[in-house]
Design a protein around this ligand. Structure first.
Ligand code: DX5
Ligand code: ZN
Length: 221
C-alpha cells in the first residue's frame, strides 16, 4: 500500500492571511505545502519567491514545503529556495539548460529534487536522470493558473510514470498537479499517483461549519 500525500497549492489561498491559511490546511489534515513560483517569463503569471517561503518557516510551518518552480532560468532560484527552507524543489526540464546540474544542485543543498512535465512534455527527459530524482510531477493542466480543468490524457501518463518508477526500484514520489478535485482523485490514485496537489478545490471550499475551514474537503480526499 502506498502512502498518499495531500498537497494544498497556496496559489489559491488568501495571500493577505497566508500563515493562517497554511496553518489551517495542515490542521485540517494536509500533509505538505505546495508552493507555486511563477516568473512572468516561463509562465504568464507572477507569484511568490524565496522570501515568502522563509516567512512561512519563520511563522512556524514545520511540514514539508514542495516548491514548484515555473521559472527560467532555474539555478539561481534553486540556491535561494535551499536557503529559504524548501523540502522538495521541482523544475521544468525545458526551462533548465543543464538538467543534471540543476538536479544535483538541489540534492547538494540537502533538498529533494524533482522534474515537472507539462501535459505535452515528453517523459524522455527522465531517461538519464532517474537516479537523481526524488519526485516526478505531472501537470494535468498547462502551468500558470489555478482553477483549470484536469486534462484526462494525464491518466495514461501517470500509468507510464508509475511503471518507470516501479522498474527503477527507487523511492520516487509521483505527484499530479492541476484540476484535482474530490471527484477525480480516486481515479488519479488508481492510475498510480501518490501525491496530490489541489489549489482551488481546497481553498475555495471554505465552509463555516468546519473548525479550521478546510476539514471537510481535505478529509474527503
Ligand atoms: C498551476 C499550478 C498549480 C495550481 C493548481 O500552474 O502549478 O499548482 O495551483 O490549482 P488547481 O488545483 O486549482 O488546478
Ligand atoms: Zn504547482
Amino acid at each position: 500500500p502506498r502512502d498518499f500525500l495531500i498537497a494544498p497549492s497556496i496559489l489559491s489561498a488568501d495571500f493577505a492571511r497566508l500563515g493562517e491559511e497554511v496553518d489551517n490546511v495542515l490542521a485540517s489534515g494536509a500533509d505538505i505545502v505546495h508552493f507555486d513560483v511563477m516568473d512572468n517569463h516561463y509562465v504568464p503569471n507572477l507569484t511568490i519567491g524565496p522570501m515568502v517561503c522563509q516567512a512561512l518557516r519563520k511563522h512556524g510551518v514545520a511540514a514539508p514545503i514542495d516548491v514548484h518552480l515555473m521559472v527560467k532560468p532555474v539555478d539561481r532560484l534553486i540556491d535561494d529556495f535551499i536557503e529559504a527552507g524548501a523540502t522538495y524543489i521541482t523544475f521544468h526540464p525545458e526551462a533548465s539548460e543543464h538538467i543534471d546540474r540543476s538536479l544535483q544542485l538541489v540534492r547538494d543543498g540537502g533538498c529533494r529534487a524533482g522534474l515537472v512535465f507539462n501535459p505535452a512534455t515528453p517523459l524522455s527527459y527522465l531517461d538519464y536522470v532517474m537516479d537523481k530524482v526524488d519526485m516526478i510531477l505531472l501537470m494535468s493542466v498547462n502551468p500558470g493558473f489555478g482553477g483549470q480543468s484536469f486534462i484526462p490524457a494525464t491518466l495514461d501518463k501517470v500509468r507510464e510514470v508509475r511503471a518507470r518508477i516501479d522498474a527503477s526500484g527507487r523511492d520516487i514520489r509521483l505527484e499530479v498537479d492541476g484540476g484535482v478535485k474530490v471527484d477525480n482523485i480516486a481515479e488519479i490514485a488508481a492510475a498510480g499517483a501518490d501525491t496530490f496537489v489541489a489549489g482551488s478545490a481546497i481553498f475555495k471550499a471554505h465552509s463555516s461549519d468546519d473548525a479550521h475551514g478546510y476539514d471537510t474537503v481535505i478529509q474527503q480526499m
